[in-house]
Design a protein around this ligand. Structure first.
Ligand SMILES: *Cc1c(COP(=O)(O)O)cnc(C)c1O
Length: 219
């Protein structure tokens, strides 16, 4: 089952990349495993998945010992991160995609571990409460430049939910323009239902849960 779903998602990525004149290797598939047990991470790893997304520090802390032997796995933190959990998150994860305040950046930097990070940008009022307002993006980028252990790779966003994938397009296009303005290369955008639109708009990382693993139970 997972094998077929994974093949389907990879095929969707390849077709969207071809339409956009891009190479599929430019796009990292991050498999979002929140609420699923460690065995699911392992199963996906055995099928070739190397990047995983998790939303909750405590949940991943429980699963991590069971997946610590997956040598090539990279775990991306994609949920809202409170600064009091930053230290633990920096130990557990390889990439933090959701930096949204200078305070959080400083806390992540303090752990002393070299860490690639992305900035989560909030592009709409109704979407989640996390993410930096575009008007404060420049200041946050400057704050990150004073953090020697953090390497800013790019921007991440999550548009408001809509049935219609095309509704995400203006948000994705805006994120791409912001990244260009600031000379940032990576764009984490697109989920199960709108990954094609995200790839057409330049996504370098799509975060896919439901299309791979089916519906989630409540955490
Ligand atoms: C849960 C989650 C996803 C995955 O969403 P699906 O619609 O299940 O693909 C992607 N990004 C973030 C930030 C999430 O919280």
């Amino acid at each position: 089952m997972l094998r077929e779903r994974l093949a389907e998602v990879r095929e969707r990525i390849a077709r969207a990349a071809a339409r956009a004149g891009r190479r599929p290797e430019e796009i990292t598939l991050v498999a979002v495993t929140k609420t699923f047990p460690a065995a699911v991470i392992r199963e996906a790893y055995e099928l070739g998945v190397r990047d995983f997304g998790e939303n909750y520090v405590q949940e991943f802390e429980r699963k991590q010992p069971e997946v610590a032997d997956l040598a090539e796995a990279r775990f991306h933190f994609i949920g809202h991160l409170q600064s009091n959990k930053a230290r633990r998150a920096a130990e557990l994860f390889h990439v933090i995609q959701t930096v949204d305040t200078p305070k959080l950046a400083r806390r992540l930097n303090e752990t002393g571990r070299p860490l690639p990070v992305m900035i989560e940008v909030k592009l709409s009022e109704e979407s989640s409460k996390s993410g930096v307002d575009p008007s404060e993006l420049r200041g946050l980028i400057e704050a990150l430049r004073t953090c020697p252990n953090l390497r800013l790779a790019g921007l991440m966003t999550m548009p408001p939910w809509s049935e219609d994938p095309e509704a995400s397009r203006p948000y994705f296009a805006r994120l791409r323009r912001l990244a260009e303005e600031h000379g940032l290369e990576q764009l984490s955008m697109g989920m199960s239902h709108d990954l094609e639109v995200a790839i057409e708009e330049g996504a370098t990382c799509v975060r896919v849960g439901t299309a791979l693993f089916g519906p989630r139970r409540r955490p």
